[in-house]
Design a binder for this molecule. Structure first.
Ligand code: PMP
Length: 404
């Protein structure tokens, strides 16, 4: 038999996926939420910034100028670390916010999501332990799962991580890193107090671990005082990786993020990035740098925050009548999310299918927990719809919950 005849005769399937790809599945909630793309659904589930608030004219102008003046550079390969003009502008923004930063301290990433992957590649061996907040950002859990990490949750309350609990977990589990979202957390919307940040920095220094401080929402503050980054507190300086992103303040489609990390770790992340995508699109980096030079990003962010504040208030107004008696929820001072806990008898994952039939959606809280899930919780994103639609949506939610 020829080789061709042999292979036609015996069909042997191709080898299986890597174990990590088999083990890190999508979530069943995804299928239910797929229907929320229907335009009639008022969607508190998705985490999308409001597109009508993008500064389309400003961004378009930045791209046009970059392409008119330096197309050869903008459409060319670039360095892995990132465009010097963008790194310098971001370093200046960090420094102005109380964290002295040089352009060289930064690595531009393709969204902060990529920064998480790079850090996992650079730091986490299979079997290493990563400590996360309870609950935490779903796609970070996915990154850590792909890296083969053991993920352990630390107890949190409305002020963020409980430092005593952290100290205990770190002593017991010997983790390599703590992953935290201190400001307007995803999914809870809560913000860690200054006191807690100082305590977290001190535990990390005393026990010896990395802190990954993920801050995509911090600039979207509606009220109250800005709390300094964990990275600025004593003990945190040499061990904190701060992640930033343009996704929530400019546009997520530009896929622009950055990480600020000590030299050796930053260089390891740059090598990992080289393997992943060589560099973040040059044209996007130059357009963002141009935007920062020519426009007032802070003024734009203030406009977005003012609109988001109205939307949060519309949701808060409606929740009083919508959620069953005994429910509790928070009042985030910024960001995009609010967290609610229904009475224990309610399982928000089970309820989602029938709630979606009322043309409104939320994300069940359970998948955000690395440890034992609180099944009566839900995340509500309040920024995707205008206040009037939010009022209708939250009424629908109330009707749906009363019907079950
Ligand atoms: N971290 C957190 C906490 C997030 O909520 C998100 C986006 N939902 C990301 C990182 C990733 O954002 P991006 O890659 O768009 O910067």
């Amino acid at each position: 038999m020829t080789v061709v005849e042999q292979s036609a005769a015996a069909f042997v399937p191709a080898p299986p996926l890597a174990a990590r790809a088999r083990n890190v599945g999508g979530s069943p909630v995804r299928d239910i939420l797929a229907v929320t793309a229907r335009p009639e659904v008022i969607n508190f589930a998705g985490g999308l910034p409001a597109p009508e608030l993008f500064d389309v004219a400003g961004v378009a102008d930045a791209y046009a100028q970059v392409l008119a003046e330096s197309a050869g550079q903008a459409l060319q390969y670039s360095t892995t670390e990132g465009e010097p003009t963008l790194r310098a502008a971001l370093a200046a923004r960090n420094s102005a916010r109380g964290l002295p930063t040089d352009a060289d301290d930064l690595l531009i990433t393709s969204g902060s999501q990529q920064a998480l992957s790079l850090l996992a590649t650079a730091l986490v061996e299979p079997g290493d332990t990563v400590v996360v907040e309870s609950p935490t950002y779903l796609a970070a859990l996915q990154v850590f799962a792909f890296a083969g990490a053991r993920v352990v949750a630390v107890a949190c309350d409305e002020d963020g991580i409980d430092p005593e609990a952290l100290d205990e977990v770190v002593a017991r589990e010997q983790p390599k890193m703590l992953y935290t979202i201190p400001s307007f957390q995803n999914p809870t919307g809560r913000t860690m107090t200054a006191e807690r940040r100082a305590a977290v920095a001190s535990v990390a220094a005393r026990r010896g671990l990395w802190i990954v401080e993920d801050d995509p929402y911090g600039e979207l503050r509606f009220e109250g005082e800005r709390v300094p980054w964990v990275a600025t507190y004593p003990g945190a300086e040499d061990r904190t990786v701060l992640l930033g992103s343009f996704s929530k303040v400019m546009a997520p489609g530009m896929r622009l993020g950055w990480l600020r990390a000590p030299g050796e770790l930053r260089r390891a992340c740059a090598v990992a990035k080289q393997a992943a995508d060589l560099h973040t699109p040059t044209v996007n980096q130059l357009a963002a740098a141009r935007y920062l030079a020519d426009r007032d990003l802070d003024a734009h962010v203030a406009k977005v925050a003012a609109a988001y504040r109205e939307r949060r208030d519309a949701l808060l107004d409606g929740l009083k009548d919508a959620l069953p008696e005994g429910s509790v929820w928070n009042r985030p001072e910024g960001g995009m999310f609010l967290w609610a806990r229904l009475p224990e008898a309610y399982d928000t994952t089970e309820l989602l299918r029938s709630v979606v039939e009322h043309e409104v959606a939320y994300v069940p809280g359970a998948p955000f927990f690395a440890g034992a899930p609180d099944r009566s919780t839900m995340r509500l994103c309040f920024v995707t719809h205008a206040p009037e639609e939010i009022a209708v949506g939250v009424e629908r939610l109330g009707r749906a919950l009363r019907a079950v």
